[in-house]
Design a protein around this ligand. Structure first.
Ligand code: DGL
Length: 259
């Protein structure tokens, strides 16, 4: 049975793992959350690349057949280095998310939201323009969405959530985007609040997009008794507490490792 390695800066990548498990329930997965070094979204590309290479080595030692970089920030800045260093296939979330957005947009006015580093890297913007050269891409960093999602403040009726969403997404509404890429692991939890701030805009979840890509490589596995292991780099307490909401099922145990 194929085994997929998935890494993220912390708990957020569980949204990607969730999409993969839902789509391919027969695949074994090994998840690594670099909880001792989160967040990646405000760090330099050099440091994120260094952390990503370390994460990848731990997962490769677990005998994985494919590496999924669930973290949008790491996907945006570290993919070439990972592909060069590893002999197994490496998939990032940027390309599948961009492809789906390029397909979904009618007008070519496409929005991208992500961390500061993801937006500054220009990776989504470049991928979208490569697919649709006429696209007008508006990208915006929304760093406060990450703590809101972790705090569980995701209700679109909540006034704090509504205000933050309106403030961040106002420029995207003004740019009249018809499609928006949720370019960060945490944003699927805020999907309803984002949709409420941008009515009528198609939301592209890069977690769903990469799950579809994994499915094309391994076929739609019908089911079976897959195993899922979890590693973290800080003590597992907070990870275990938050994991259920991000993964959609409780995480029985996470093992702490040193990189
Ligand atoms: N996982 C990160 C991402 O998708 C968000 C959290 C962080 O900044 O590390 O970009």
């Amino acid at each position: 049975m194929a085994r997929i390695g998935i890494f993220d800066s912390g708990v957020g990548g569980l949204t990607v793992q969730r999409a993969i498990i839902e789509r391919l329930p027969g695949l074994d997965t090994v998840y690594l959350g670099d909880t001792a070094r989160v967040p990646y979204g405000s760090r330099s590309p050099e440091v994120v690349t260094q952390y990503s290479l370390r994460n990848a080595r731990v997962l490769v030692a677990q005998g994985i057949d494919l590496l999924v970089v669930a973290c949008n920030t790491a996907s945006a800045v570290a993919l070439p280095a990972l592909r060069e260093a590893l002999s197994i296939p490496v998939l990032g979330v940027v390309e599948p998310g961009a492809r789906e957005a390029a397909r979904a947009s009618r007008s070519g006015r496409i929005g991208v939201i992500g961390t500061q580093s993801t937006v500054a890297s220009g990776a989504y913007q470049a991928a979208l323009r490569a697919l649709r050269p006429e696209a007008q891409v508006t990208a915006r960093a929304c760093p406060l969405f990450v703590p809101l999602a972790e705090e569980g403040w995701t209700d679109p009726e909540d006034e704090v959530v509504r205000l933050v969403a309106r403030r961040y997404l106002g420029p995207l509404a003004a740019a009249r985007v018809d499609t928006l890429v949720l370019g960060c692991t945490h944003y699927p939890l805020l999907r309803e609040a984002i949709a409420a701030a941008l009515p009528g805009v198609a939301l592209v979840d890069s977690a769903q997009a990469i799950a579809a890509e994994v499915a094309t490589r391994f076929g739609e596995a019908a089911g079976g008794r897959a195993t899922h292991r979890f590693f973290v780099t800080d003590v597992p307490g907070r990870f275990a507490q938050l994991a259920g909401r991000f993964l959609g099922q409780p995480v029985a145990s996470a093992e702490q490792i040193d990189l």
